[in-house]
Ligand binder design. Structure first.
Ligand code: PLP
Length: 447
């Protein structure tokens, strides 16, 4: 699209997320309409949204049931600061989330997004140990290549170099291990690489002294690392290590939550129950900002206290538990449950994989990975050397946009996560656009 002087000037008065403004000005995208599986830009061009905005619009854009839920709530109560009261609908939200979580994860606090949920979880865990007889436990073990948010706590837990080194020194008390993908080529099988990577958590917990380690935080499927998809055994090993050393296991399900991976939460997909789940993105389908920290209900007892003794979780945000957002979150869960969209994610995901696997004929796809409709494709120069191919990814980013396709390219891999309202023919339409864009990108880099 072509920018007007006003648009160009305004773009210089703001910034995009993790996107260089000067580069964006060369390939701008200004949107003003979204419906179902599509976005439209201000010039009227239509784009297939292959990634639900950014792993958010799992039910498609402009969903009538979700809009109705917000409209009804608008007439009821739109703001109740969680400082001296709580909206009834916020309590309904707590109850609703508790019906779909694994284990006894029923202690729910709503926030305005994923970073706030992560930040709350980190503080919750540190305070939990301070008041349960282990005041020395404060460290968190997380992974290189992981992403847990743009705030200082989330950033300290993240392992994405370029996004964090500019802001060093980071918060103290965050230790990293490598994800299984780091060891992929050093072991004969993916299973062995996963076993080794999972065992490194316990090695580090012991080396740091378990009486100083409070928590482990991991994304069940690691987006920023390239849709890293561990084996179920990987999480079982981490779970056992956490149990042995009284360490709280946090799953950052900001991306993986709400049906994309084939169950409501990836914890259920992988069959391992953490102590805390952090959510965001799909929980509101993007209509209104929403996130939540969901913890084991027995952990909450440590924060209950007796009237007047001051024991409480010392945390809060003005917009936490916003009534409009909570009404929306309830509608999202109802829609997923009533239409069994988690099961649909498995069926649709299988079809999506069969189509993405066909891209291997171009000789530049190393692997298709992920769970359900959350899928990633790794691009290489050729399948003998398996050398990463960022030039291809960068070209693909441009050709996709030109062909009316929005997806995530990073640039040695790309990710898709189509809405669960799609059917096989929509997946075909999306995959045709992906294939055309990849062929166009290959033409550019091989020119
Ligand atoms: C795994 C993960 N955790 C946390 C966050 C932060 O969420 P938000 O951007 O809503 O603050 C993100 C955002 O992309 C994420 O992918």
């Amino acid at each position: 699209m072509t920018l007007t002087p006003r648009q160009e000037n305004l773009l210089k008065h703001t910034f995009l997320d993790y996107y260089q403004t000067s580069e964006f000005l060369e390939h701008p995208l200004i949107l003003n309409k979204a419906d179902g599986l599509y976005y439209w830009d201000v010039e009227g061009k239509r784009y297939f949204d292959a990634i639900g905005g950014i792993f958010v619009a799992t039910l498609g854009h402009h969903h009538p049931r979700l809009l109705d839920a917000v409209r009804r709530q608008l007439d009821q109560i739109t703001f109740a600061p969680p400082l001296h009261g709580i909206a009834e609908v916020t309590l309904d939200f707590v109850e609703k989330i508790g019906t779909v979580t694994p284990g006894n994860l029923k202690y729910v606090k709503a926030f305005s997004g994923g970073s706030e949920a992560v930040e709350a979880a980190l503080k919750f865990v540190r305070q939990y140990f301070k008041q349960t007889g282990h005041p020395g436990k404060y460290k968190f073990v997380s992974r290189y290549l992981g992403y847990h948010g743009g705030t200082f706590g989330g950033m300290a837990a993240s392992g994405t170099g370029p996004r964090k080194t500019k802001f060093e020194p980071q918060m103290a008390g965050f230790v990293k291990v490598f994800p299984p993908s780091y060891y992929r080529d050093r072991f004969a099988t993916w299973e062995e690489a996963n076993r080794f990577a999972a065992e490194s958590f316990e090695d580090v917990i012991i080396a740091e002294d378990p009486e100083t380690v409070a928590g482990v935080i991991v994304e069940p499927v690691g987006n920023t690392g390239g849709i890293i998809t561990p084996t179920p055994e990987y999480f079982q090993i981490i779970r056992r290590a956490c149990d042995r050393h009284n360490v709280i296991l946090i799953f950052d399900e900001v991306i993986t939550g709400f049906a994309k991976t084939g169950r409501m939460f990836a914890a259920q997909t992988f069959g391992v129950t953490p102590d805390i789940i952090c959510t965001g993105k799909g929980i509101s389908n993007g209509v209104i900002p929403l996130g939540a920290m969901i913890a084991r209900e027995d952990m909450a007892a440590a924060f209950f206290g007796a009237p007047g003794d001051g024991v409480q979780f010392a945390h809060g945000h003005t917009f936490a538990g916003n009534p409009l957002a909570c009404a929306l979150g309830i509608a999202v869960v109802n829609e997923i449950v009533e239409h069994r969209l988690d099961e649909k994610a498995v069926r649709l995901g299988d079809y999506l994989v069969s189509r993405l696997e066909c891209l291997k004929k171009y000789g530049v796809v190393r692997e298709v990975r992920g769970k359900g409709v959350l899928r990633g494709v790794e691009l290489v120069k050729d399948t003998r050397s398996m050398e990463p191919y960022p030039d291809l990814g960068n070209a693909f980013k441009r050709t996709a946009l030109a062909n009316g396709l929005i997806l995530r390219v990073d640039p040695t891999w790309f990710a898709v996560c189509p809405a669960l309202t799609a059917d096989e023919s929509a997946i075909d339409e999306m995959c045709d656009l992906i294939e055309k864009s990849l062929a166009d990108a290959l033409a550019v880099v091989r020119h």
